[in-house]
Design a protein around this ligand. Sequence first.
Ligand code: PEP
Ligand code: MN
Length: 298
Amino acid sequence: MSIAGSAISGDFAKVCPLVSRRTNLKYGADGTLVVRVRQVEFGGGRPVIIGGPCSVESLDQTLELAHAAKSCGADMLRGGAYKPRTSPHDFQGLGRKGLEILREASLETGLPVVTEVMDPRLVELVGEYADMLQIGSRNMQNYPLLSEVGKFGKPVLLKRGMAASLCEWLGAAEYIAKEGNFQIVLCERGIKAYPSGEYSRFILDLNVIPALEAETFLPVIVDPSHATGVASMVEAASRSALESGCHGLIIEIASERVGAIRPKCDAAQAIGPTALGRIVDFAHSHSAPRLESKACGI
Ligand code: PEP
Ligand code: MN
């Protein structure tokens, strides 16, 4: 029986010839393309740790967390200025003001910034402020958006659609690469399957990391925050992800100061800077040598 439109396995050479190792032989059987975001290198041997708030809510909050991330040893700052929320009545992000805050935090700390763009019409604006453009899970198959960030040319963090197969995910990367932009980092952020939502937000699919690395030379990082949705699960998930061979982590943090304002968005999954510091230490002491042997540069 043949099923129209299925892209689950075995179709890689057809779906994504540019980003599949089978057809693009430049990186051999196990080489990794190094994606550079200012001074930061994904796939360069040292795991990259990105920390910051779920959403940019104020200048004070963002500066506090950017400085905290920096002093923990994190490499980059995250934070949403445009937020994909389930309800249109929820906080949608500060928009352009949020981008300006991110720029200030980046200038103060020296940390490059990754932030989400949801709308093809906003790629130029967000791209003017961001060092790396994030495509969120809900937009992994927004093909005009993928083509637009491909044309724009800045590095892209491509999150996995929450129900996407590996083939669909690499097909999304192919849309970006087809425009000549290979500066793509993949991000596993949990998938929706039974029993997601019962004791954790999604299912963290660590098996996909070695599967991806066999299929593509693009670096892959993990988001343990959205994958678990539970702050107390984030540290163990981070360690496990690093042990599974990922090239970095993106983690949501919130202030642990007494009296700090509770985040408007995803508060239950935010860890404090103390836990982030332990994750950074683990990342630097455990994963570097093993990953280093796989990296081969552009
Ligand atoms: C985020 O990282 O801010 C986010 C909304 O994540 P995701 O797209 O994975 O849900
Ligand atoms: Mn979030």
